[in-house]
Design a protein around this ligand. Structure first.
Ligand code: MLT
Length: 376
């Protein structure tokens, strides 16, 4: 198998691949791709490509529809870098409150002055800012990161309101009972002193921090975005900062329009930039890709269903097909008697079959509606 790397991936992740794999940045006809932030939208994928592993959570750098059409599995690593992003978000809460950045920058101007401490006492009121204790934080998106931020904020004495119409049972179990859940996003906009967004970039979420929603917020709201740049409308945030509607905007995605603007505190997409998160993501991404390439098992895919049939021990075939009853019925006849696991996601079904007998893959491929067939 050939694995193409589009970014630097931690060595402990690459160690997940069997020693027979060729792993590198410079070849064609790869079977798998591992990527962090490189943009794959304009990349022409070879027919040999079976799976893409994103070492991270967001997948907006991967053309998902194109992958699904070609039967290419895209997996990500939910939760693997959550701790790192949560910690930066907590730093963001304090930075958005206490003018730490402005104060630290100003402090540099005192270098060498004998009266520095005197000047400090005279000027410090310029850098005053509120405590977070007792304030209300709204968390939009209660996945591994948003849920962790919500819990940590409770521990720091904040009141926390959480909104997530798609929260998983597992994520809900991990939430501190003090986190008040709401099904009304406007309540978050209306009632919170701080709002932190932790949702993927999707048509429904893009531009959610916009003029219309800002108008619902408290004057002097502080907004945090460690998720994706396009969740906010830059011009509207700038207008909000200039009018005083927004007291501070902390972002890990400083666009050219926002960087350097008064009230914007930016970091260069540092959320997951800890050695621990990079290792966790790399190990999870490469292990999941290996399990798919070796056994056909799919876990944490964003475009294909999760299916698990253990390690391949006999003839095994994986079939992606249009999720239609007729296609399924025609395929079931061809894999009759085999051990199977299957599931459907969106419009695509996946059937993983194992048998002591050989599968007639030509016949399987010929079934109308079959997208891709792989023998293991
Ligand atoms: C993520 O999507 O996991 C984070 O934004 C961090 C990253 O892109 O590496």
């Amino acid at each position: 198998m050939k694995i193409k790397l589009y970014n630097k991936i931690a060595a402990c992740g690459l160690a997940q691949f069997p020693s027979t794999y060729e792993v590198g940045a410079d070849f064609d006809n790869e079977n798998g791709i591992v990527v962090r932030s490189a943009d794959l939208h304009e990349v022409a994928f070879p027919d040999t490509l079976m799976g893409i592993a994103r070492a991270g959570a967001g997948v907006n750098n991967i053309p998902l529809d194109k992958c699904t059409e070609k039967g290419i599995v895209v997996v990500n690593t939910p939760g693997a870098n959550a701790r790192a992003v949560i910690e930066l978000c907590l730093a963001g809460l304090f930075l958005a409150s206490r003018k730490i950045e402005d104060g630290a920058e100003w402090t540099k101007t005192l270098a060498g002055r004998d009266d520095a401490l005197k000047v400090v006492e005279k000027e410090k009121s310029r850098f005053a800012g509120p405590e977070i204790f007792g304030k209300t934080l709204g968390v939009v998106g209660l996945g591994a990161i948003g849920g962790g931020v919500a819990n940590a904020a409770v521990a720091l004495g904040m009141k926390v309101l959480g909104y997530d119409p798609f929260v998983s049972v597992d994520a809900a179990w991990h939430l501190d009972p003090a986190v008040e859940k709401t099904e009304d996003l406007d309540k978050i906009f209306r009632d919170c002193d701080y709002i932190s967004v932790h949702v993927p970039s999707l048509p429904a979420t893009r531009g959610m921090i916009c003029k219309a929603n800002l108008a619902k917020m408290k004057d002097g709201v502080r907004i945090l975005n460690l998720a994706r740049a396009d969740l906010v409308v830059d011009e509207d945030v700038i207008e909000g900062l200039e009018s005083g509607k927004i007291a501070a905007y902390f972002t890990d995605f400083p666009t050219g329009k926002l960087a350097g603007h008064d009230g914007v505190i930016g970091t260069p997409h540092l959320g997951a930039s800890t050695p621990e998160a990079e290792d966790n993501c790399a190990v999870m991404a490469c292990a999941q890709l290996t399990d798919f390439l070796e056994n056909g098992n799919i876990k944490n895919s964003v475009n294909m269903p999760a299916v698990h049939l253990g390690r391949a021990e006999a003839n095994r075939v994986g079939i992606f097909y249009r999720a239609e009853a007729e296609v399924d019925a025609n395929l079931q006849k061809l894999v009759f008697g085999a051990r199977k696991a299957g599931a459907t996601k969106g419009g695509v079904s996946y059937l993983l079959c194992e048998s002591e007998n050989e599968f007639d893959t030509d016949k399987i491929k010929a079934v109308e509606g079959v997208i891709r067939v792989t023998s293991y």
